[in-house]
Design a protein. Structure first.
Length: 511
């Protein structure tokens, strides 16, 4: 085990450096609430791509991705990588469409309100905020658990340090600080992940020995046609696609991009990079299953596939490699936590402008910063008290899978209505819950309904695919029978900037 003092010192040093960078870069650049939550039209292709990679690559890739590899093998590894790449490809088309229809927008919830009305808006707010908050709490839980496992750092210290330092620069500099630190963090994440991967191979005796270890422990993990692995991989693709389409982080970056082509090309590049990073991370799980004492049977009391990467790390690995992982985990968690702080606060800020009677720019900026503090404190608390919060990820993914298609379909269809979109989402959610294995005791306890439920799908395919496909089918049917003709120009008329318009010459554009 690495020295606690050394690991804690590296943690504090890294947090101080990036907090300083965030404060320095945003100084004098946040002149209005618009700058705080959108940084509109300010980033070129390289910086946009970097922030798209850094924002999605949270510390979860060292937990859930290896868990998929350890439990379901190479087929799930490929499925996970594809699942992470597909949302970015979807946004490469959605991004320019959103910028065209809502040129002065800020959040997906204000779009949901303008397009669908109060009921669907409320449902989208609930699902989107729940997903991002769970993501945030899980990130803090993950990094706290990781440092406790490899260096014995008390979990409360890690959670408070990470949450507190990231709050400092995001509360002050908002999205501009996050965009800049994301760019720097992205420059380190891929090399560190590659260094860790190569170092692990060398420490284990080379690729041939690693392969033999997996072949000896469980040869089905190396079979790309492994049925359970394929099913789980496809399930992950549906789950991630649905969840990411409800992630405000990407809507913010759509508006931060300099122009439509910048947004489209950046999301395409991020698709390849994100898919590759997740593939590499998930492959650690396969390696761990054959070269460490990993228990992948979920019914076993000794199940530890969820920390397969760190079980592998606890072997005879050199201290420098463990420290590289600590630094990698810190960069991963900082890059996603600052994005989530900003995304959650922007949801509230954009809605405050509509709900309050002519709020001033100062009031909106203050509201954004206060809410960021509240979110940070709540996430730290949850990460310390509810260590099983990672299990809630799949529930949040299920909600996203049910809502995603009806929500974005309104960007293209003039006929889909608010009631139609809400009914489609609820219908998809009902199907997904019917097969959902988690929270099964609560679901089957519902009178009458519980006795009629089918058997749960332990691989989640029927649940996630059912939620997504049923809601999509219902949305298409609802649009076909509806007598509606939505005027897309309403979106640009109703959704306006939160401050006085600036001339193009007044915007500082960065590359």
């Amino acid at each position: 085990m690495v020295s606690t003092t050394l690991a804690l010192g590296l943690t504090v040093a890294t947090l101080v450096v990036f907090t300083g960078l965030g404060l320095w870069h945003s100084r004098g650049r946040v002149g209005s609430v618009e700058d705080l939550i959108t940084a509109r039209n300010s980033t070129g292709r390289r910086r946009t791509t970097a922030t798209l990679v850094a924002s999605v690559m949270g510390v979860w890739i060292l937990f859930s991705a290896p868990e998929a590899g350890a439990g379901f093998g190479i087929a799930a590894v490929v499925g996970y990588a594809i699942g992470e790449a597909v949302p970015m490809l979807a946004y490469s088309r959605l991004g320019p469409r959103i910028r065209t229809l809502i040129p002065e927008g800020h959040s997906l919830t204000e779009y949901a309100h303008a397009r669908y009305g109060d009921a669907m808006y409320g449902f989208v707010v609930l699902v989107s905020a729940l997903y991002m908050f769970i993501f945030l709490a899980a990130e803090l839980t993950g990094i706290a658990g990781a440092l406790a496992l490899v260096a014995g750092v008390p979990q409360w210290q890690t959670a408070v340090l990470v949450g507190g330092f990231v709050l400092l620069y995001t509360g002050y500099g908002g999205l501009r600080a996050s965009l800049f630190t994301d760019t720097v963090q992205a420059l380190f994440v891929l090399p560190l992940l590659l260094l860790t991967f190569v170092g692990a191979l060398v420490a284990l005796g080379g690729p041939t020995e690693v392969y033999r270890g997996v072949q000896s422990a469980n040869p089905t993990l190396l079979d790309p046609g492994f049925a359970a692995g394929l099913q789980f991989g496809v399930a992950l693709a549906f789950a991630i696609l649905g969840a990411e389409l409800l992630n405000q982080t990407w809507w913010q970056r759509i508006y931060a991009g300099a122009d439509d082509e910048t947004v489209a090309s950046s999301f395409r590049s991020a698709s390849l990079l994100n898919g590759g990073l997740v593939f590499l991370a998930a492959l650690f799980g396969v390696i761990a299953a054959g070269n460490a004492d990993v228990v992948a049977d979920v019914t076993s009391a000794g199940y530890n596939a969820d920390v397969a990467f760190f079980v592998l790390l606890q072997g005879a690995f050199p201290e420098w490699l463990v420290l590289a992982v600590v630094l990698l985990a810190l960069l991963l968690v900082m890059s996603s936590v600052d994005s989530l702080f900003n995304a959650l606060s922007s949801l509230v800020t954009a809605d405050l402008a509509r709900l309050l009677s002519r709020p001033s720019d100062r009031q909106l900026a203050l509201g954004s910063r206060v809410f960021t503090v509240v979110v940070a404190v709540a996430a730290i608390y949850v990460s310390l008290r509810a260590q099983s919060v990672l299990r809630l990820f799949f529930l949040a993914d299920l909600l996203g899978a049910a809502v995603a298609f009806p929500l974005v379909y309104g960007l293209y269809s003039e006929r889909i209505t608010g009631p139609g979109a809400l009914a489609s989402s609820l219908g998809g959610l009902a199907v997904g819950l019917a097969y959902f294995p988690d929270l099964r005791g609560y679901i089957t306890a519902v009178p009458v309904v519980g006795d009629l439920l089918p058997a749960a799908d332990p691989l989640y395919l029927t649940s996630f695919a059912g939620a997504f496909l049923v809601s999509a089918g219902l949305a298409l049917a609802a649009a076909r029978v509806a007598d509606a003709d939505f005027d897309f120009d309403r979106l640009s008329r109703e959704i306006r900037r939160l401050d006085e318009p600036m001339t193009d010459g007044g915007r500082d554009r960065e590359d």
